[in-house]
Design a protein around this ligand. Structure first.
Ligand code: GDP
Ligand code: MN
Length: 356
């Protein structure tokens, strides 16, 4: 074993070391020739096209304590965000939207459309109607309109009702729907939003007072009953039938089914293969109890769904994965409930889905 020896450095080593340090320092602090010749990245505050340097905007303060969420939103000038995932454009949807008599100047519209052929056609049709309305009579114009395009492929090529409702297609489809809804809410929810009204693109008939009526219940999450008008082929009579089965009260059978499932499996409503025996709001109509009769719910549908913005702000979203064996709007209700909010249904208050 040799002892440790301190070697005297020779002048050549010192010279080499010094030049290495100078070399490193040079490359650390001197911009490379390529980036030096590149123009500075555009800054929103330094608009040079006019030669004038714009100053950064002042800090904007939102006093969120003054953003009320009350049973009389019109009186309190509360801002409503109406959100619609839209795969197809229906004129009936737009016409119904225009007849909502909540002050349009307090309404922001948000849409998300898939990036495929059908989505392109729907976007064009939607934009044409938006342009018409926003140039039309001042009272019809909305405060703001935001149109998003989805940055992921929709899983189904066909939007036909039979294809959409096949059991095997449900998990993928509802995951895609959840992501579309999440993108929409996370992009559009503003500091001044009081309420969010989810309204599907194929809801073609609601009372004009939909927003005021739902808000008047002062519930964190509230859902009307979604029906569909049709002509009975035997009697040739105009009739109506329940459409949305996602608003329900839980059952022991459903809990037992869930207990036997794998962690990624989901329960679905309205499929014979999966008898849940949940109490469906679709079948709770009791006209004698009046339009405003309330029932508590464990799952909600999203065809028309009114949510206090604070529920979303707390983090309630649409799980694109199995959340307590639930997804999308049903998972949303579960998540809202885990956040200690409640979900309420109005079985006698009807809105109508387009009949394909
Ligand atoms: P169903 O009535 O329960 O069968 O569901 P829909 O197919 O009507 O879908 C619910 C809402 O989401 C409707 O407003 C559709 O236009 C819209 N939608 C359906 N699929 C997609 C999609 O892939 N992307 C987006 N952005 N919206 C979709
Ligand atoms: Mn629909």
């Amino acid at each position: 074993m040799g002892s440790v020896r301190i070697k005297r450095a020779n002048p050549l080593t010192i010279l080499l070391g010094t030049s290495l340090v100078v070399f490193i320092v040079y490359f650390l602090f001197v911009p490379s020739s390529s980036s030096a010749s590149r123009p500075a990245p555009p800054s929103p505050f330094h608009k040079t096209s006019t030669g004038v340097r714009a100053s950064p905007p002042p800090v904007v303060r939102y006093d969120m304590n003054s953003v009320t969420v009350t049973k009389d939103p019109e009186q309190n000038k509360e801002k409503i965000l109406i959100l619609t995932p839209m795969a197809r454009f229906y004129q009936g949807y737009w016409d119904n939207l225009l007849q909502l008599n909540y002050p349009h100047e307090l309404i922001t519209l948000g849409f998300i459309l898939p990036k495929n052929k059908e989505g392109n056609a729907a976007t064009a049709a939607l934009q044409a109607e938006v342009a018409k309305t926003q140039k039309g009579p001042i009272d019809s114009r909305f405060k703001e309109v935001i149109i998003l395009r989805q940055d992921f492929e929709p899983p189904l090529t066909s939007q036909d009702e039979s294809e959409r409702h096949k059991l095997n297609n449900q998990k993928e489809r509802r995951a895609a729907m959840s992501k579309a809804r999440n993108s929409l809410i996370f992009t559009t929810l503003g500091p001044m939003t009081s309420w969010v009204l989810w309204l599907d693109a194929d809801i073609v008939e609601t009372p004009p007072t939909l927003i005021q009526d739902l808000a008047s219940h002062d519930q964190p999450v509230i859902v009307p009953n979604c029906f569909q008008r049709y002509t009975n082929s035997e009697t040739n009579q105009d009739e109506e039938r329940p459409y949305d089965f996602n608003s329900w009260q839980d059952s022991q059978s459903a809990r037992d089914l869930a207990a036997k499932m794998g962690p990624d499996d989901i329960l679905l409503e309205g499929y014979a293969e999966m008898p849940t025996y949940r109490a469906l709001m679709a079948y709770m109509v009791e006209e004698n109890k009046g339009m405003h009769h309330e029932v508590p719910l464990d799952g909600v549908g999203g065809t028309a769904l009114m949510v206090k913005a604070d529920v979303h702000r707390d983090g309630a979203m649409f799980p694109p994965f199995s959340f307590y064996h639930l997804m999308e709007t049903e998972g949303f209700c579960k998540m809202a409930r885990r956040l200690t909010w409640t979900c309420t249904g109005l079985p006698n208050y009807k809105v109508y889905h387009y009949n394909e």
